[in-house]
Write a protein that binds this ligand. Sequence first.
Ligand SMILES: *Cc1c(COP(=O)(O)O)cnc(C)c1O
Length: 433
Amino acid sequence: MKYYSTNKKAPMATLQEAVVKGLAGDRGLYMPERIKKLPKEFYNTIDQRSFQEIAYTVADAFFGEDVDAESLRKIVYDTLSFDCPVVKVNDNIYALELFHGPTLAFKDVGARFMARLLQYFIRQDSQDLVNVLVATSGDTGSAVANGFLGVEGIHVYVLYPKGKVSPIQECQFTTLGKNITALEIDGVFDDCQALVKQAFLDQELNQRMRLTSANSINVARFLPQAFYYFNAYARMKALGKADQLVICVPSGNFGNITAGLFGHEMGLPVKRFIAANNANDIFYQYLQTGKYEPKPTRQTLANAMDVGDPSNFARVYDLYGGSHERITSYIGGATYTDPQIRETMAACYQKTGYLLDPHGACGYRALSELLQPGETGVFCETAHPAKFKEKVDEIVGIDTEIPPRLAAFMKGTKQSISLSKEFEDFKAFLLRE
Ligand SMILES: *Cc1c(COP(=O)(O)O)cnc(C)c1O
């Protein structure tokens, strides 16, 4: 399968090139040239298949031409070492819980898949160590670090701003050891990002070591997110609730919902999608007006959705040939302020006993408001509420239990190397390694 750039000014890439490069040369996002429909028979019997079997069928449609069957099966099964169950919240709303992975957020799926696919490609062409550089303001670093943990042939450097990430987030990438090095940068997130960008442009560094990024726009991180939408459909079908299914995705950079839309193009019988935004309502406004107007990012309670110019909008636009009419026929929108998010978290817990995190709360509320009679809604619960324990406890008035795997991170010893925000320091450090 070949991959083209959404900007259409870069040459087509192979899967390997698209994965290693991340972003196309014209700064566009890679798209697969074809999206294969899966056979009717697959959908008719999907409720009898396991999550891993379903995911392998989906993975084969995307990656089967480029990765041999046995390796692909192993990559998929290794990636999905945890479940993504649907859990009933009320009569017509279910949560697709995506937080049962190592860092308790949905980004684990994409990060684990990408790590294993990258390892597969490295083994094909050389024995050189590949170095992944990732700048993080919190959650991306932990998902990438844990996704790559213990994967042979790859070393990960996580750059994070000193004193700017929460203690829970920090321990998820500083306590790992092995092939993960945490670099505490004396600066802000933008300084970390700038160091990574400059490293990719530095000739000497690139001659001496193989560098790659694990950015969230990478096709190997975003496409595998389609797996759990098929699983959600299968589990809802088993409950006899899949006839008029509406899927709602709390969205920031729009990678997660785009994977669902790819599933829909493969024939997944979802009636429509809803993108739930926090106060960063760029997509919501696009749906209303047909104009895409990026805005400065606003800080909210659901901070992983604080995005003022969602990268994957380019993919959504391309997928539907730039047609506002087609986009609005498949995708609805909603936008919620912080007070609305608080109100939703408290009310849902009181009424149903289900504990939402601030991101999932946007999804739940959108379904509560927008479902039509006869429809059943599934929203993505994108992170475990305990990741936001202080806020959740204060809003809901409870003492949220910390799951053992999160508690285990917090008991680990922090290991990180302090560096200034000067590129020369960073470069000298990498060359010494
Ligand atoms: C990253 C993230 C989101 C937003 O997902 P996108 O793919 O960027 O739209 C939502 N919730 C949580 C908890 C996240 O970490």
